[in-house]
Design a protein around this ligand. Structure first.
Ligand code: ADP
Length: 505
């Protein structure tokens, strides 16, 4: 590890544009315009790098949710969006992508000061991915049709049968705080391509970039009510959306616990539900790879976005013959991943999103210690005197399968390492979880790679890489990691109903 200067945990200065945005009064985006919330309740916005309150957003109430749903319902029922030519809808979505792209600097700054992720990472990853996803999905507006099919039981030429793909209706989309703008765009893009209208609820911790998105939605030329944004709490705004009679579909990304609750609540009105939930992703290192070569990638798999990633590689399984060298290699990256304020240009990892999240992560690590795990690296919360929610990248070893650090999703920069000897054994260990979102395999042995990929119960399996997610390919979880798939054509189909038409000739 090279020697580095001590870290200055004080947040850096915001830009003038950033200050101006933070000074805006709390508003909701309903019916194509910024409106006053029905009362004065607000939620404080905190910069997790400093712990300081930097703005206020509206803490919307039931009446606000009802207004937003009514706007989306009217836009849908009057076919203001779905009734347009697909070419036109596609063009509006591209205009939105252009506006986000042109505003990337401010959006990256807002994301950094709201979520805590490094501005450089938001600028390199979050904003460009949001843009490319909108562009990819825009194409489906004109390309997902039905088909004609000859009926099976009827003589040829007596019955004309065809299917039509119709938008499901009003979609309530509830997103988490780990990738605020990216998640918002991942959600709205396929819904808009399918012709749905939307009520979007950002997480209460991180609503700033979604609010900025409202400016761009207004300018891009979406008809009034096609996308509405309501800020507020999960147990109020989220709950009301999920139970609302006029909402046809709920798409949620967040914790498995809340996902189950949402699925139950949506059952009364039989809403279509898709859920992207938690994970406890295994990363499996076979004996043929050079630990020094892959250690930086393994560290990134676990510590990227402060480990606040549903596909984080949070359970490391290394073959006994390379185990010690893999751990040494990861420990050598500690300096690279040392948390820094989000506006520090050197930051690769920022603070955790909130004091609550820091408590949670510290609680898990303390429980792991208590259960007998050894701390190979990290385990501490540096710079805490300054008010920021920093936690060091942490590697735990000597863990056993029943420990909470091994079983539960921590959602922080914490990875637990275990040894294995045989492929059968590691497949069993990797699958010993209620989750089934992602898995990683590191080997040059093709047969072992495919053999393991076939046995792992995960919605996405990576070979010799981690975290590769592409708009053209489906994404979602097995088991308690979710319901349905986002991305690709599958991601559009979750916003469609299939109608069958049969006409006697
Ligand atoms: P986390 O535990 O990581 O904060 P959550 O699953 O609690 O994630 O939150 C993800 C999103 O779900 C946020 O937008 C939050 O406001 C929302 N949410 C939380 N509780 C509910 C609920 N009961 N109904 C609907 N949405 C909710």
């Amino acid at each position: 590890m090279t020697k580095r200067d001590p870290i200055d945990y004080r947040q850096r200065a915001y830009s003038a544009e950033g200050h101006a945005f933070l000074a805006r009064p709390p508003r909701l985006f309903i019916g194509g315009e910024w409106v006053m919330p029905s009362d004065e309740a607000t939620i404080a916005v905190e910069d997790p790098s400093s712990g300081e309150t930097i703005a206020q957003i509206a803490d919307a109430g039931d009446g606000d949710v009802d207004r937003a749903v009514a706007a989306a319902r009217a836009a849908f029922d009057q076919q203001r969006w779905h009734g347009l030519a697909p070419m036109e809808r596609e063009a509006v979505m591209h205009r939105l992508a252009d506006l986000i792209e042109a505003d990337a600097e401010l959006l990256a700054e807002l994301e950094a000061i709201d979520n805590g992720k490094p501005r450089t990472i938001a600028a390199e990853i979050d904003i460009p991915r949001a843009v490319s996803h909108l562009r990819f999905m825009a194409g489906w507006a004109s390309k997902s049709g039905g088909r004609t099919t000859a009926p099976y039981t009827m003589p040829a030429g007596t019955m004309f049968g065809y299917t039509v793909k119709e938008p499901v209706g009003v979609a309530a989309q509830i997103v988490p705080w780990n990738y605020p703008l990216l998640m918002a765009c991942l959600k709205i893009a396929p819904a808009l391509a399918a012709g749905c209208t939307v009520v979007l609820k950002p997480a209460e911790q991180t609503s700033l970039t979604t609010l900025r998105l409202g400016d761009h939605l207004a300018e891009a030329g979406f008809p009034a009510g096609v996308v509405n944004i309501v800020t507020g709490r999960g147990e109020t705004v989220g709950e009301r959306l999920v139970r609302h009679e006029d909402v046809d579909k709920v798409a949620f990304t967040g914790s498995t616990e809340i996902g189950k609750r949402i699925n139950r609540a949506a059952t009364d009105t039989l809403k279509r539900v898709t859920l992207e939930l938690g994970g406890k992703g295994p990363v499996i290192v076979l004996p043929d790879v050079d630990p020094a070569d892959i250690a930086p990638s393994l560290a990134k798999a676990s510590f990227f976005n402060s480990g606040q990633v549903c596909v984080a590689g949070s359970r490391l399984f290394a073959h006994r013959s390379v185990f010690d060298r893999v751990l040494e290699g990861i420990a050598e990256t500690a300096g690279d991943w040392a948390p820094r304020p989000s506006l520090d240009p050197e930051a690769q990892m920022g603070p955790l999103v909130s004091g609550e999240q820091l408590e949670r992560v510290m609680g898990y690590v303390a429980a792991g210690r208590c259960d007998g795990a050894s701390v190979v690296m990290g385990g501490d919360a540096p710079g805490s005197g300054g008010g920021g929610h920093y936690f060091s990248p942490t590697l735990l070893a000597e863990v056993s399968p029943q420990m909470s650090v091994v079983r539960e999703e921590i959602f922080g920069p914490v990875v637990v390492a275990q040894r294995f000897d045989e492929l059968d054994e590691v497949a069993r260990m990797a699958n010993d979880t209620h989750y089934g979102l992602s898995a990683g395999i590191w080997t040059h042995d093709l047969s072992a790679m495919h053999g393991l990929a076939a046995r792992l119960k995960a919605g996405i399996v990576w070979g010799n890489c981690h975290g590769a997610i592409d708009s053209a390919l489906p994404f979602g979880g097995f088991k308690q990691s979710g319901l349905g798939r986002e991305g690709g054509l599958e991601g559009v189909q979750i916003y469609q109903e299939t109608k069958t038409v049969m006409i006697k000739l």
